[in-house]
Design a protein around this ligand. Structure first.
Ligand SMILES: NC(=O)c1ccc[n+]([C@@H]2O[C@H](COP(=O)([O-])OP(=O)(O)OC[C@H]3O[C@@H](n4cnc5c(N)ncnc54)[C@H](O)[C@@H]3O)[C@@H](O)[C@H]2O)c1
Ligand SMILES: O=c1ccn([C@@H]2O[C@H](COP(=O)(O)OP(=O)(O)O[C@H]3OC[C@@H](O)[C@H](O)[C@H]3O)[C@@H](O)[C@H]2O)c(=O)[nH]1
Length: 389
């Protein structure tokens, strides 16, 4: 519950109550951000999304103590004239709306580009024209591949951080060829970043750009056949959770050699709240938000999730817990991958003093406990039903 004592920013100044237009509020990150804002601050939220299942618990019943501070607007920003009015009513707009599951990038490249670039354009324009602050969600994928990935496999330079550490103000954006449609998302995100940056430079837009590095936790994506399409392919946490719940082997794409750093959603949301409440420190900046200490290969992630889930569910792990699949088989033609993603934390540390806290083991424990409680019964029921031929 938000306390009645005056909250202050990082410079000791009282924080004014804000009205926040949150686009994509019904998604994974949006649901956690709404929860945090309602629980710990007095800010008001205009929550825009096509769906609201993940924030239903925040909207109902009317008797909730924060009921007057969150208003849901079912809006598709592609074609809704109410968007500009809602941005005008707010002090700050946060744009989270996007298609952001890799299975879509090479199979629905047009939808991906429209969602991540074209549909975000009016949001930037309305903020700029109306003098409103914007926090825009980009992605760590704008870095693409590391410089080191082009070195020979046995080159000692691969161990040198200069060849893999991803820095907001120094690293290049390295994508594959146009046929590798995987990069449609990264490229669209890069162009909207450049547009936001240019609006700042030429027209004085007050902006912050966030580059999330694999934020994971409860409510991420969907479990196919339970709360999402049976044939849908969510991001890796939900893919692996789905396999564990069904007692099927976890699929390792191209050997599971790619590396990722995972950060707990609750740590990451603290960074976003600092950006919201410290505009003088956050405006004009691009921030990596990730946990450089939580690096694993996808294979190691599969092994850790298998061990944690056995503990959480009380069921022994499969004898063969993983199976190799090719990326062509799993994602189709045009897939490609980021080899390694370690965020440099210098800028976010200097501006906001933020550091992630939760280890990969701990965040997997709480997340898989949630997955088991939320889905195990539904999956059991579904699997016990005879399949129609
Ligand atoms: N989760 C991560 O680790 C991660 C990593 C990098 C970048 N991001 C970025 O963060 C943002 C949020 O990601 P997320 O993980 O919460 O994804 P998500 O898919 O759970 O949430 C996105 C939300 O936007 C909504 N949306 C999409 N198009 C819309 C439209 N036209 N009109 C209204 N609402 C629309 C969706 O319904 C969904 O609820 C995205 O921009 C994504 O690219 C996330
Ligand atoms: O079942 C699976 C799913 C995924 N994977 C692999 O696991 C890795 C991570 O996959 P994710 O689905 O989490 O997606 P990625 O990390 O590649 O991209 C994500 O990064 C940041 C955001 O912008 C997006 O949310 C998304 O593009 C990839 O190497 C992928 O090939 C598997 O090996 N098996």
């Amino acid at each position: 519950m938000a306390s009645s004592t005056v909250r202050v920013d990082l410079d000791g100044k009282p924080i004014n109550q804000l009205t926040i237009c949150m686009i994509g509020a019904g998604g994974f990150i949006g649901s956690h951000l709404c929860e945090k804002i309602l629980n710990e601050t007095q800010h008001k939220i205009l929550a825009l999304d096509v769906y609201n299942d993940k924030i239903k618990h925040l909207l109902e019943p009317d008797s909730l103590s924060w009921a007057g501070r969150i208003q849901f607007h079912r809006i598709n920003i592609k074609h809704d004239s109410r968007l500009e009015g809602l941005i005008k009513m707010s002090d700050l707009t946060i744009n989270l709306a996007a298609i952001c599951t890799p299975a879509d990038y090479n199979t629905r490249p047009l939808d991906t580009i429209y969602s991540n670039f074209v549909d975000a354009l009016p949001v930037v324009k309305y903020c700029s024209e109306n003098g409103k602050r914007l926090i825009h969600f980009s992605t760590c994928e704008v870095y693409g591949k590391t410089i080191g990935s082009f070195l020979p496999k046995d080159s000692p330079l691969r161990q040198d951080p200069a060849y893999y550490m991803l820095k907001e103000d120094a690293s290049p954006c390295i994508f594959g060829s146009i046929e590798k449609q995987r990069w449609s998302y990264a490229c669209a995100k890069q162009l909207i970043e450049r547009l936001v940056y240019a609006e700042g430079a030429e027209n004085g837009l007050e902006f912050t750009i966030v580059r999330p590095f694999n934020w994971i936790g409860p409510r991420m994506d969907f479990i196919p056949g339970v709360d999402g399409p049976s044939e849908g392919v969510p991001r890796v946490l939900a893919c692996f959770s789905n396999a564990l719940l069904r007692r099927e082997p976890l699929k390792l794409v191209d050997g599971g050699e790619s590396q990722r750093t995972f950060v707990y959603i609750k740590d990451a949301i603290e960074a976003v709240l600092l950006m919201i409440e410290n505009p003088s420190r956050a405006n004009g900046h691009i921030f990596n938000v990730g946990n450089p200490n939580n690096e694993v290969t996808v294979r190691q992630l599969a092994e850790m999730m298998t061990a944690v889930y056995a503990n959480v569910s009380g069921e022994p792990a499969l004898e063969k817990p993983t199976v190799d699949v090719s990326s062509k088989e799993f994602y189709g033609e045009g897939y490609d991958d980021s080899d390694k993603r370690i965020p440099d934390m210098t800028i976010i540390n200097r501006q906001l003093g933020w550091n992630p806290k939760t280890s990969l083991w701990d965040l997997l424990d709480s997340t898989l406990t949630y997955q088991h409680k939320t889905y195990a019964e539904a999956i059991k029921k579904m699997m016990s039903q005879p399949t129609t031929s």
